[in-house]
Design a protein around this ligand. Structure first.
Ligand code: GLU
Length: 567
C-alpha cells in the first residue's frame, strides 16, 4: 500500500470517530503504534498527515464515512491487542555497547540445566546490549571442589552447543599472582588479616569476638601472608580473613575467609599441580575478577545472595564500584537428577549402569543433548523463566512439548517396528510404496517394493487388526500370518477408517535398538527399521512413525542404537 493511502485511511478513521474532524497528531500516533516498522519514516508521515488531514476535514461527514467504508475498510479492522512482549526485562543500568556479563562455572563437573540458566541469561543480555560475555573457570578449590581436567573442555562444548557466545576466557588457577597481589593490597588497606587462632577463631567469631592477631599492624599480616604463600603453614594453621563486622547478624559473614591453605601435595590441582598452597576462596577470587574483568552485571542464583553481601566488603575496601547484582531462583527439571555430587555417586557406585555424565537419564546439558533435546528448546524455556526470583520447575512434559514443536518440522519420518511379527504378502503383483520422508517436503521420498510372497514386519499390536493399511503400500486383510491385498487406494482406507501402520520389508530390515529412559531405568525396545535409516548418521534426530522421536546414538556393526527422546 502506498504511504499516502495508509495515511488517508487513518485520517478518515480519525475524522469519522471525532465528528468529522481528524487531528494530524492523533493520526500520526495511531500509525506509529500500529506500524512500528514505519518509525524511520516519521518525518514523511508527519508531512503527509498534515496535508491529508486538511483535505479530509473539508469533506462532509457522510462522504468521509462512505469513503472510509468503501475504499479503506482495512482501517476499520481493530488490530488485535499485541501479545505481551515476550523476552527478558531490561537490565538495570545497562548502556548499549557497555554491558559485560560473565558465566563463571566451577569445572568440577559438566554443567546441567540449572547452570545453563546463568549462562544463557548472561549471553542473552550481552547480545541484547551488544556487550561482551566473559567465560571464567572458577577452580580455586582443589580439595572440596576438585576440578575435573576434562570439564574445562566439556563445559565449553556444552556452551557452544547451547549457542552461548563468549568473548574472553579465563581460568582462575592461572591467575594466582593477581589474587596474591590483591590480597596484599587489602592487607595494606587494613581490610584483611592473617588469623592464626585456628579452630578457636570459629568460637570467637560466633561470640562476636575475634582472633587477637586481627589487631596487629598490616606489616605483620603482610609477612604472615607471605609465609602462607610460601608453605610455612599447613592446612588449618592460618587463614587470611576479610574484615567485616565481627557482630554481623549472619555469623557466616563475620570476617569471612579469603585465603586458606590446601595441601596440594595431597590434593594436586589438575592444571597447576602442587605449585600453590595458599588458595583464594570463591568470594575473594570472584570479587577481584569481576572487578578486573570489568563486569557490569552479575547474573546468578539467589543462593549467592549472602556471598554478594560478603563480596561487597571487598569492593568497599578497594574502593571499586560494584557491578549490578541480579539474583534469580533455582531451576529444576522434574524427574531428572542434576546434582553433580549425586550423579558422581551414581556413576561410581553403579559401574556399567550409566553411560557417563552424558547419560540421557541425567539433567546435564550433555545428557539432554544425548536424549535428543535441541538447544533452542532449552534456551526458550530458560528465557520464559527469565530472571524471576522464585524457584521454577520445568516439567519433562513441558520440555518435551517445546522440543517437539521444534523437531516436528525438521525430523524425517522413518518406519520402525518393535516386537515384530511377520506377515506374508499376498497380492497379484509387486507393490511399490513411495513415501516422502516428511509431509512438508514431498519431493524427497524413498521407494520400497514388496512382491507376492515377500514378508513384511509389523508391530505385534498392529498384527491384531483384521484390516489395516500398510503405510504407502495398500490396504490389507490380516489372516493366518498373511497380509492379503484388498485395494491400494488411500481414500478407501480413509473411508473404512483403517489403521495406517508402519511396517518394514523383511528382506531389507535393519536391526535397531531404542533405549528408553524411565526415571533411573533404561528400557530397551528391540526391533527393525526400514533400510532408509542407513541414510542417517549418529546425532541425527528422527521421528519413528507412531512410536516417537529419537536420536541416533550409535550405528556400529550394522545395528543402530537410538535414544528415545519423547512421544
Ligand atoms: N563459580 C560460582 C558457581 O558456579 C559462580 C557463582 C557466581 O556467579 O558468582 O556457583
Amino acid at each position: 500500500m502506498e504511504l499516502e493511502d495508509l495515511v488517508r485511511g487513518y485520517a478518515l478513521k480519525n475524522a469519522v470517530k471525532h465528528g468529522g474532524r481528524a487531528k494530524p497528531g492523533s493520526v500520526i500516533s495511531m500509525i506509529m503504534s500500529d506500524h512500528p516498522e514505519l518509525r524511520g519514516k516519521a518525518r514523511e508521515i508527519a508531512k503527509l498527515a498534515k496535508q491529508i488531514v486538511e483535505e479530509v476535514n473539508k469533506l462532509p461527514p457522510e462522504e468521509q464515512k462512505r469513503l472510509l467504508e468503501e475504499k479503506y475498510p482495512w482501517a476499520l479492522e481493530e488490530k488485535p491487542k499485541k501479545e505481551q512482549e515476550k523476552g527478558l526485562p531490561p537490565l538495570p543500568g545497562a548502556v548499549e555497547g557497555r554491558v559485560v556479563t560473565r558465566f563463571a562455572p566451577n569445572p568440577d563437573f559438566v554443567i546441567h540445566l540449572g547452570n545453563a540458566r546463568p549462562a544463557i541469561l548472561s549471553d542473552e543480555y550481552a547480545k541484547m546490549y551488544k556487550g561482551r560475555l566473559v567465560l571464567r573457570f572458577e577452580d580455586t578449590d582443589p580439595r572440596t571442589k576438585r576440578p575435573m581436567k576434562e570439564a574445562y573442555t566439556l563445559i565449553k562444548e556444552d556452551l557452544k552447543w547451547l549457542g552461548v557466545v563468549w568473548h574472553e576466557e579465563h581460568i582462575q588457577s592461572l591467575r594466582m599472582e593477581t589474587f596474591y597481589n590483591m590480597a596484599k593490597e587489602a592487607i595494606r588497606r587494613g581490610c584483611a588479616y592473617v588469623d592464626t587462632c585456628r579452630e578457636k577463631s570459629r568460637e570467637l567469631l560466633a561470640r562476636g569476638e575475634y582472633c587477637p592477631t586481627r589487631d596487629n599492624p598490616p606489616e605483620w599480616h603482610l609477612e604472615e601472608f607471605e609465609k602462607m604463600i610460601e608453605g610455612y603453614y599447613g592446612e588449618g594453621e592460618a587463614v587470611l580473613r576479610f574484615k567485616t563486622d565481627p557482630r554481623h547478624p549472619n555469623p557466616s559473614v563475620r570476617d569471612w575467609v579469603a585465603f586458606r591453605i590446601i595441601d596440594t601435595s595431597k590434593y594436586p590441582h589438575p592444571l597447576v599441580g602442587s605449585k600453590y598452597v595458599a588458595w583464594p576462596t570463591y568470594n575473594f577470587a570472584v570479587s577481584v575478577d569481576d572487578h578486573l574483568m570489568g563486569i557490569t552485571h552479575v547474573l546468578r542464583g539467589k543462593e549467592h545472595q549472602v556471598n554478594t553481601e560478603k563480596q561487597l566488603y571487598v569492593y568497599k575496601c578497594m574502593e571499586w564500584e560494584p557491578p549490578v547484582f541480579i539474583h534469580f531462583g533455582r531451576l529444576k527439571l522434574e524427574g531428572f537428577i542434576m546434582s553433580k555430587s549425586y550423579i558422581r555417586k551414581l556413576l561410581e557406585e553403579n559401574p556399567g549402569k550409566f553411560m557417563g555424565y552424558d547419560d540421557p537419564r541425567f539433567g546435564t546439558i550433555a545428557g539432554l543433548r544425548r536424549r535428543g533435546i535441541l538447544p533452542e528448546a532449552i534456551r526458550s524455556l530458560i528465557l520464559e523463566v527469565g530472571v524471576k526470583k522464585g524457584d521454577a520447575r520445568i516439567s519433562w512434559d513441558n520440555l518435551a512439548a517445546t522440543n517437539r514443536k521444534l523437531l516436528d518440522p525438521i525430523a524425517d519420518r522413518i518406519m520402525f517396528v518393535d516386537e515384530p511379527v511377520q506377515l506374508v504378502v499376498e497380492a497379484p503383483e509387486c507393490l511399490t510404496a513411495t513415501i516422502p520422508y516428511h509431509p512438508d517436503r514431498p519431493e524427497r521420498k524413498r521407494r520400497i517394493t514388496v512382491c507376492p510372497g515377500d514378508k513384511v514386519l509389523v508391530t505385534r499390536k498392529d498384527a491384531a487388526f483384521e484390516n489395516l493399511r500398510l503405510l504407502g503400500l495398500g490396504n490389507f486383510q490380516v489372516k493366518d500370518g498373511k497380509a492379503i491385498l484388498e485395494s491400494k487406494s488411500l481414500e478407501e482406507a480413509k473411508k473404512k477408517r483403517l489403521p495406517i501402520v508402519q511396517w518394514v520389508p523383511d528382506k531389507a530390515k535393519v536391526p535397531v535398538r531404542v533405549l528408553r529412559p524411565e526415571g533411573l531405568e533404561l528400557l530397551v525396545d528391540e526391533g527393525y527399521s526400514e533400510p532408509a535409516i542407513k541414510e542417517y548418521k549418529v546425532d541425527d534426530r528422527l521421528q519413528l512413525i507412531r512410536y516417537g522421536f529419537a536420536r541416533i546414538d550409535s550405528a556400529a556393526d550394522e545395528t543402530y542404537t537410538l535414544i528415545y527422546t519423547h512421544k
